[in-house]
Design a protein around this ligand. Structure first.
Ligand code: FE2
Ligand code: FE2
Length: 249
């Protein structure tokens, strides 16, 4: 059987609750020998067969372990300043903002009324500004990285990533609006909306980053092997520009 077919079969079995240890072992062996492009194709196939992309989130721990191994290996191969190296480093920053957002939210949920002297509000505004400023990161993905992948037949994952950008964008803007408008709002409503947005953006943006880190970017590296294309992509990325939080070298 073709590798992609075998993998599709194993992923399908893994995705059923209570998969047997034998299946897990089969998956571990198979997942180690396939490359990210084949993994993407198998996942694309499942989606085409009608598996809800949301369900692919629940691929079991075996798959996650192997993806994590691959992630470390892929990042280790990237020179500083490579298009993907910069995108990866920006993800690290965004994940850090999300952790801080969780703790600011937790702190503000304990408040009974707005207190302009509380530094947590400044912190919230800064974090929301940073999350909104990640648009340049998404623009480099959508206008430079994804089209190069699509040209090479990888269409499913970029399509899902674009949908997720569109879904998250208004919520990040709303978070900023909330942070800037707290003094003029009923406090209980502020607190409730803050809790909802923090939970939604936190979950979905972490999930989005995880998929890009472990599937999409490694696939890109696999299907775009030549340095000349990456160099040309890099100059298009430079033209779009970077985020206020992009680490410099
Ligand atoms: Fe993205
Ligand atoms: Fe990203």
């Amino acid at each position: 059987m073709e590798k992609v077919e075998r993998l599709t079969e194993v992923l399908r079995k893994l995705n059923t609750p209570g998969a047997a240890e034998a299946v897990r072992e089969e998956a571990r062996v198979l997942l180690r020998e396939i490359n990210p492009a084949e993994l993407s194709l198998a996942e694309q196939k499942l989606i085409e067969e009608g598996v809800d992309p949301q369900d692919l989130r629940h691929l079991c721990a075996v798959h996650l372990e192997v993806l994590d191994e691959q992630l470390r290996e892929v990042r280790g191969r990237l020179a500083p300043g490579h298009v993907l190296d910069t995108l990866y480093r920006e993800h690290d920053e965004i994940l850090h903002f999300l952790d801080l957002l969780d703790s600011v939210n937790e702190r503000l949920q304990k408040e009974k009324e707005y207190d302009p002297g509380n530094p947590a509000y400044d912190m919230l505004r800064h974090l929301a500004e940073h999350l909104v400023a990640a648009e340049k990161h998404h623009a480099r993905e959508e206008d430079v990285l994804f089209p190069e992948m699509e040209k090479r037949g990888i269409t499913g994952p970029p399509r899902i990533m674009r949908l997720e950008h569109n879904d998250l964008r208004p919520r990040k803007h709303r978070l900023l609006e909330l942070a800037e408008g707290v003094s003029g709002m009923e406090f209980a409503r502020f607190r409730e909306e803050l809790a909802q947005l923090t939970a939604y953006v936190g979950f979905h943006l972490r999930d989005h980053i995880f998929k890009e880190n472990t599937i999409l970017y490694p696939t890109a590296l696999e299907v775009i092997p030549d340095e000349a294309t990456w160099a040309e992509m890099k100059s298009r990325c430079d033209a779009i520009g970077y985020c206020c939080f992009t680490p410099t070298h």
